[in-house]
Design a protein around this ligand. Structure first.
Ligand SMILES: Nc1nc2c(ncn2[C@@H]2O[C@H](COP(=O)(O)OP(=O)(O)OP(=O)(O)O)[C@@H](O)[C@H]2O)c(=O)[nH]1
Ligand SMILES: [Mg+2]
Length: 194
């Protein structure tokens, strides 16, 4: 945690977060469920700025610093992942587990989803210094659209990543229905370690 001045001029502790992932993987939905009023899910994001917001729990609150809700296009990804991993306290890499397991074709590139997700992880792994790698949490979204249990979905995801050089990035996976506020808050708290 670090101190910073918010747009009202107050100073408080907060987390700077970043969401990475393919188009429609649930980045904006996750932010919205977390309480970000500026995040409108279902519309393509393009470096949309959001103001700070508070995530409240019965025993405490966590402030999220103002930031950018990036879109998932390849173009934006390569420009932002570096900034995200260097400047943020926490980085969420969102994977639509339905599209990943069923290997849907990505409309932007015409390539299969699984290939694109794994390529991005490989890219992150080969470009980011080891000390930043602990900041990354993998969030498996759209679990509500699958009949399998959360543990089965994690296992399925790991089947594709465990023997890869970037498997260190995928140790911690958090399955979530990104539309479910309590699930999203719960994941955020676990990842924040607060
Ligand atoms: N059922 C279900 N729908 C989800 C989930 N996560 C996101 N969605 C929906 O999927 C659509 C796309 O979600 P977004 O959060 O806008 O996707 P994004 O990753 O921000 O996409 P870009 O900004 O275009 O890169 C929206 O209609 C969301 O409501 C989930 O876990 N379950
Ligand atoms: Mg978005």
């Amino acid at each position: 945690m670090s101190r910073f001045s918010d747009w009202l001029g107050k100073t408080f502790k907060g987390k700077r977060i970043a969401m990475l992932g393919l188009i429609d993987s649930g980045k904006t939905q996750f932010l919205s469920s977390l309480g970000c009023k500026d995040a409108i899910p279902g519309t393509p994001s393009n470096k949309d700025v959001y103001r700070w917001f508070k995530v409240s729990y019965p025993d405490k609150s966590i402030f999220v610093k103002a930031g950018c809700d990036y879109g998932g296009t390849k173009d934006i990804f390569t420009h932002t992942f570096n900034e995200a991993l260097h400047k943020s306290d926490l980085v969420f890499f969102m994977v639509d587990i339905q599209k990943f397991i069923q290997n849907w074709v990505d409309p932007e590139t015409g390539k299969p989803n699984r290939l694109l997700v794994l390529q991005r992880l490989e890219y992150i792994n080969s470009h980011v210094p080891a000390i930043y790698k602990d900041k990354l949490a993998i969030v498996l979204t759209h679990v509500d659209l699958m009949d399998d249990s959360d543990s089965f979905l994690i296992k399925s995801f790991h089947n594709y990543t465990q023997d890869k050089v970037y498997s260190v990035l995928t140790r911690h996976c958090y399955p979530v229905n990104a539309k479910d506020v309590s699930q999203v808050k719960n994941v955020f708290r676990r990842v924040s370690g607060i």
